[in-house]
Design a protein around this ligand. Structure first.
Ligand SMILES: [Zn+2]
Ligand SMILES: [Zn+2]
Length: 189
């Protein structure tokens, strides 16, 4: 655990289908696993990456902490699903993201946040996933510059929980975030 293979030597993980135990297929377009066994009752059913990895025991154990595990020179955020040797960079771990939402945890390191924390917010106030520590925000912007300069045009903002809406409701009164239907946060100012 903890050491990653070189490019090309590591194949995509193939967790088994929960119904038929045949290896699931990875659909690059939707970034989800799908059962392709025509004899399986779950044929064609989409399974989020994090859920398939969790159910199969392939998810890397990854306690909240800094520094983050490093893969090919890049720190892997706590909310990015991975196995011991494969990182699904553009995917989100719904279970961890829901915890970050509901428990005011940092999406990069997974630790608890102070009363005021940083979010990356678009000009319309839409928050990219969840909040972060100051140093974790700096880390994210250093290694993922597209977060702020890309299509989202997100900028870092220091906010308190009272300045956030979750699906239109004050965050403190919001129902817990659901791993399969994550909250969308919005900055109120
Ligand atoms: Zn199946
Ligand atoms: Zn953090």
């Amino acid at each position: 655990m903890g050491s990653f293979g070189e490019d090309g030597l590591v194949s995509l993980p193939a967790p088994p289908c929960a119904e038929c135990a045949e290896p699931l297929q990875y659909d690059v377009e939707i970034r989800r696993f799908v059962c392709g066994n025509v004899q399986c009752s779950a044929l064609g059913m989409e399974v989020p990456i994090w859920s398939a990895l969790q159910q199969s025991g392939l998810a890397a154990s990854d306690p909240p902490r800094l520094p983050r595990p490093v893969h090919k020179g890049l720190p892997v955020p706590w909310v990015v699903p991975r196995t011991a040797d494969y990182v699904f960079w553009l995917a989100l771990d719904g279970a961890r993201c829901a915890l970050a939402h509901s428990r005011w945890l940092c999406q990069v390191c997974g630790d608890e946040l102070p009363e005021e924390a940083w979010v990356l917010a678009t000009p319309e106030g839409q928050v990219l996933q969840a909040a972060l520590h100051a140093k974790c925000k700096d880390l994210a912007l250093e290694f993922c510059p597209h977060l702020s300069s890309g299509d989202t045009r997100a900028v870092p903002m220091l906010v308190s929980r009272d300045e956030l809406l979750a699906d239109g409701h004050p965050l403190r009164d919001a129902a817990p975030s659901d791993p399969f239907f994550l909250q969308q946060w919005q900055v109120t100012r």
